[in-house]
Design a protein around this ligand. Structure first.
Ligand code: BT5
Length: 276
């Protein structure tokens, strides 16, 4: 694919240590960053680059998306030039198919840590793919996988982070926020991007070493919704219950009148008057 008219590539290597059989060595996740002005969707582009054999660590960043999307084909709304819209191409051959969800959790932790460090805010994580500030969504993560036959070829982690946007469309304004709205300050998007990428590289290194637990732990520490009464929407069905747990395989466990029930996908909504 010819991307040359619209990108500048910054090549950056982030090195982090891995420990194996007591020997310390370094795995380098080389990020190649392709920056676009306007694009359809950074996820669409990164998936294509993945199909074309681009290496793990390829990052597509855009100032604006025509067709930014969320899960289930939902729209991701972002004012041009104000936010972070990017996708990371990964080839996580070390993960089993049912472990790939952990990459969404790692991305959420990477974003939360960057927000906390840059702005001193307390980020909360919402199952399965959101980062919240002041109980509103500041970031959404979209993980898309590409398979060759039965085996995982590549994965794209798309991250939409509301940075400097201060007004949102009517249909999301009650639920969306940005770093600028919460702090009354503006932020350098590139600095934030590099920080999220750096944090993610280090979490990815931990996952590569075969241990998912540290990432799961960091994610859980920021998921403060255990015990909260929620409504879970799965396709066109809704379930009322209390969040009992998020298990190590990334599933949500709801305590319902009929007993405990595990869900692998869905959308949580809650009322703050219902904290139990
Ligand atoms: C997500 O989906 O939250 C994943 C969003 C991922 C967006 C990034 S941007 C870079 C990359 N390229 C893409 O094309 N996508 C990724 P989901 O959980 O389905 O949430 C989508 C819902 O969030 C929408 O239906 C709206 O209700 C709400 N929403 C849309 N734009 C928002 C925004 N800027 N801030 C907060 N909420 C938003």
């Amino acid at each position: 694919m010819n991307v040359s008219p619209v990108f500048q590539a910054i090549i950056m290597g982030l090195t982090f240590p891995l420990r194996c059989f007591g020997v310390k060595f370094s795995y380098t996740l080389n990020y190649d960053i392709y920056r676009f002005g306007k694009i359809d969707s950074t996820n669409t582009r990164a998936l294509k680059l993945g199909d074309e054999g681009f290496p793990e660590g390829t990052v597509v960043v855009a100032d604006e998306q025509d067709s930014g999307r969320g899960r289930f084909g939902r729209k991701w709304e972002a004012e041009p030039l104000s936010n972070l819209l990017f996708s990371i191409l990964l080839r996580p051959g070390f993960l089993k198919r049912d472990e790939v969800f952990i990459l969404t959790f790692a991305a959420a932790v990477a974003v939360a840590e960057a927000l906390e460090k840059t702005a001193g805010v307390a980020a909360e994580l919402k199952w399965p793919n959101d980062v919240l500030l002041d109980s509103k969504k500041v970031c959404g993560i979209l993980l898309e996988s590409s398979f060759e036959g039965n085996s995982l070829s590549h994965v794209v982690l798309g991250i939409g982070l509301n940075v400097n946007q201060t007004a949102f469309p009517e249909e999301i304004k009650e639920r969306a926020t940005s770093l600028a709205l919460v702090t009354a300050r503006k932020f350098d998007r590139d600095e934030l991007l590099l920080m999220v990428l750096g944090n993610f590289a280090s979490l990815y290194g931990t996952l590569m070493s075969g241990d998912l637990y540290p990432v799961m732990k960091k994610w859980r520490e920021r998921m403060r919704m255990i015990g909260r009464k929620v409504t879970l929407t799965v396709a066109d069905k809704t379930f009322e219950g209390v969040i009992d747990d998020v298990t190590d395989d990334g599933s949500l466990v709801l305590r319902m009148p009929s007993g405990l029930r595990k869900f692998t996908a869905g959308e949580i909504s809650f009322s703050y008057s219902n904290i139990m």
